[in-house]
Write a protein that binds this ligand. Structure first.
Ligand code: PEP
Ligand code: MG
Length: 771
């Protein structure tokens, strides 16, 4: 049940926001209710709670009367019994004038009429709002209070928004009723099922490793060019399996509808989004669901049943005289498409895998990864070869084997084909023969054994052979990262990329939503620190609902802290949410891509404002250390100045390398210039270590190079002791460290910074420590 949230408690009481949350709540109520009566009952309860009124009632037009259909506050048994004439009492007056009626002391209003059955007490205020659907009056909603009360314009507008949304719910319920009668005859169409059993041609595709490992499983294609027409109906398998698939598709279609609703609400407004209430009601409709089930029970596949029942509904609508109902055919088609897409997993809005699979795609955006159901992803096969992009970083942190640069993968792999992904040898075996399969099964057993051996490092400290301790924390972005980081024994979080939860949504999460997400991450690491980085969008991380300019050089443009500082309200909201989460653990606050002192001053001012605001709202906040990322070469030169204003630094080598070597981290054409062991990069890191030591500030490194055992060895030798890495690399890093003394690693690092090329550095490392 939707939790009541009194009107005065809502953080952002502006009407637009209130409307948006109400929109979501009504959707939730629809999904929690069985039919219109229950939905109405829940809505009156919601409205009375929100508006803090004793009475809320809904009257619907039925046979030239206004019939009480739901109430909170009036006698419950009067529902269905109170029938008012179309212009009787203040309810009738609201209907007759088809406008808002706002009256104090209603008893003294000339149109007041006392209704005995209602047990109506003496109420001192009345607000009536007409319910109409496309200019047709369909009922009236009214609220009443015992205490005299003036309803202000925000409250009236909020109630009008609810009334508007309620109207779509009522109209949809009525339409479904009508439809149930019109399509009562059993469906009996003959359908031809398309055989979509996957192509079994054997082949091997080549690519590069994005993240190591072997994966087995069926292919799942994400190809934005596929349309609904490409979706096969599929042979029915067993009855229970098809029924499960159907139920699953309906549930996924509801989730997708909710996402669409939010997206449309934030882009266009809640009025446009209210249409999705009607879609939800249709997806929740018993008659429709029974028909779909009947189709499957009659021997059809889930997709064939969907196509059939929906087309039946569509043609019924099309044949109706009422132009309004005829128009609803398009909605029905839309729902049918969403259902079929959910069934086949072919939706770009929420990517739900229908089974555990290896995802094959042209490219994967960070937002795609944020939307995917990670528990079901066995591996990634991507056509692009952007190995330093955020999508690959997230895949790594989730420990998902990834192959990049697999040319033509989406056109040559059929959906459902059996794949073996072997990133070490750079091969994707499509429909492998038995021998190959057996060989890989053996390899997988070996690698599992190796992993099991590494498990011994889980509860061991990260120490060199001669006892120097370093700290290994995790880079996290999604909530799923938390349990993975814990499983690998991470000592807290050195980088929480907060933009990922933003990407998984269709609109900006509000303060409360952000707070709840951050809090879950913080509570995932009791007694350990969590460094929360503020929004770092731009570059390759775009928010679908946030307009950013098209730029020639996005990585040199409007990104990261620059965007946050330009959107101060949004920024302050985020900082407030982080400070609120800090009351649940040990939080550090970090700002990305800082290049000058003014940015730091502005960030700190925002923190002060956020603190003041929260304190005024009654929060008692702990001390939260403030740090900045060093990820631009200029910031290294400025670090001694920055040290006067901040508590800690974090080296972001992913960006630092691209800026130092002028090699776009997302451009595969210049990938070979992007070199973590370039002597210039190592010298810059050495310089930063020295500045941090001199100024007595903590320095962590959170760029991906720290997750690579070879680079890690050099970084320890360079003097770094705090690391934030992708969790699945933690055991290998501890193993690496345990094999060498600090003296060896220092010697390696000293030599590395004087070498003239990374090739020579690698050679030297291989000679010295044999990696
Ligand atoms: C970095 O640049 O090294 C870093 C950790 O930040 P991101 O990868 O999120 O840009
Ligand atoms: Mg960065």
């Amino acid at each position: 049940m939707v939790q009541p949230r009194p009107f005065h408690d809502i953080d952002d009481s502006n009407n637009e926001r209130m409307g948006l949350s109400t929109l979501e709540d009504i959707s939730t109520l629809i999904l929690q209710s069985q039919g219109l009566d229950e939905t109405l009952k829940n809505i009156v309860r919601l409205v009375a709670d929100r508006m803090q009124t004793e009475v809320c009632s809904i009257y619907l037009c039925e046979n030239d009367h206004l019939v009480l259909r739901a109430t909170i506050g009036l006698a419950p048994d009067s529902v269905g019994r109170i029938k008012l004439g179309m212009n009787e009492g203040l309810i009738g007056y609201t209907a007759e004038t088809n406008s808002v009626v706002n009256v104090d002391e209603p008893q003294s209003h000339p149109r007041f009429r006392y209704v005995a059955e209602s047990n109506e007490e003496i109420y001192h205020s009345f607000l009536g709002i007409p319910l109409s659907d496309r200019q047709r009056l369909i009922g009236v909603m009214a609220i009443q209070t015992i205490e005299p009360r003036q309803f202000n314009s925000i409250e009236i507008s909020t109630l009008s928004t609810i009334a508007f949304q309620l109207s779509t719910v009522v109209a949809s319920a009525r339409m479904l009723d009508l439809l149930a009668r019109e399509t009562a005859s059993p469906i009996d169409h003959n359908v031809t099922l398309t055989d979509t059993s996957p192509d079994t041609t054997v082949s091997i595709l080549k690519g590069e490793s994005g993240f190591g490992g072997v994966a087995f499983g069926p292919a799942y294609l994400i190809d934005e060019h596929l349309g609904v027409a490409d979706i096969g109906e599929g042979e029915p398998t067993d009855l229970l399996g098809e029924l499960d698939r159907l139920t699953d598709a309906i549930e996924k279609a509801k989730i997708e509808t909710l996402c669409l609703e939010q997206r449309v609400a934030s882009r266009l407004g809640e009025k446009d989004a209210a249409i999705f209430h009607s879609h939800l009601m249709i997806l929740q409709d018993r008659v429709l669901i029974d028909k779909l089930h009947a189709g499957v029970k009659n021997g059809r596949s889930a997709s064939a049943a969907i196509k059939q029942v929906i087309s039946d509904y569509v043609s019924t609508f099309r044949s109706m005289d009422d132009p309004y109902l005829r128009e609803r055919a398009a909605d029905m088609e839309d729902i049918g498409r969403r259902l079929s897409a959910s069934l086949c997993g072919l939706t770009r809005d929420v990517i739900q895998l229908p089974y555990a699979a290896i995802v094959v795609a042209k490219e994967l955006l960070p937002s795609d990864i944020a939307l995917l159901d990670h528990a079901l992803i066995l591996g990634f096969v991507l056509e692009t070869s952007d190995s330093n992009g955020h999508a690959v970083i997230v895949a790594k942190s989730l420990g998902i084997p990834t192959m990049l640069g697999v040319a033509g993968a989406t056109s040559s792999v059929a959906a459902g084909a059996t794949l073996i992904l072997d990133s070490a040898s750079g091969a994707v075996h499509v429909n492998p023969q038995n021998q190959v399969r057996k060989e890989y099964e053996r390899l997988k057993r070996d690698s599992d054994r190796q992993q099991a051996q590494l498990q011994q490092f889980k509860n061991r400290e990260a120490v060199t052979a001669d006892g120097t301790r370093v700290s290994l924390r995790a880079n996290v972005g999604l909530l799923s990262d938390v349990s993975i980081a814990r499983a690998y024994g991470a000592e807290g979080v050195g980088l929480y990329r907060t933009e990922l939860p933003y990407m998984a949504r269709s609109s900006f999460p509000d303060r409360q939503t952000q707070y709840q997400i951050y809090r879950r991450v913080v509570e995932g690491f009791p007694g350990q620190s969590v460094t929360v980085r503020t929004l770092d969008i731009g570059g390759d991380k775009m928010l679908p609902y946030f307009d950013t300019p098209k730029e020639l050089n996005p990585f040199l443009g409007y990104r990261s802290i620059r965007v946050s500082l330009d959107h101060r309200d949004m920024f302050r909201t985020q900082v407030e949410a982080i400070l609120m989460a800090a009351t649940h653990g040990n939080v550090k606050l970090m700002f990305p891509m800082v290049t000058n002192m003014d940015e730091i001053y502005s960030c700190k001012q925002i923190v002060d404002e956020a603190r003041a605001n929260l304190t005024a709202q009654g929060w008692t906040l702990p001390h939260v250390p403030i740090g900045v990322m060093i990820e631009v070469p200029g910031a290294i030169a400025m670090a001694a100045h920055f040290a006067k204003e901040v508590d800690f630094f974090s080296l972001g080598t992913n960006d630092l390398i691209q800026y130092m070597l002028a090699a776009d981290r997302g451009n595969s054409a210049v990938n070979h210039y992007y070199d973590s062991l370039h002597p210039a990069v190592l010298s810059a890191i050495a310089q930063m270590v020295e500045t941090a030591n001199r100024s007595g500030k903590e320095l962590c490194i959170c760029g991906e190079m720290a997750s690579d055992p070879i680079c890690f060895a050099i970084l320890v030798g360079l003097g770094l002791r705090e690391f934030s890495v992708s969790s699945p690399s933690i055991f290998a890093l501890k193993s690496q460290l345990s094999q060498h003394s600090l003296e060896t690693l220092k010697r390696l690092a000293e030599r590395a910074v004087t070498e003239s090329s990374s090739a020579r550095i690698r050679e030297m490392i291989s000679d010295e420590i044999g990696n």
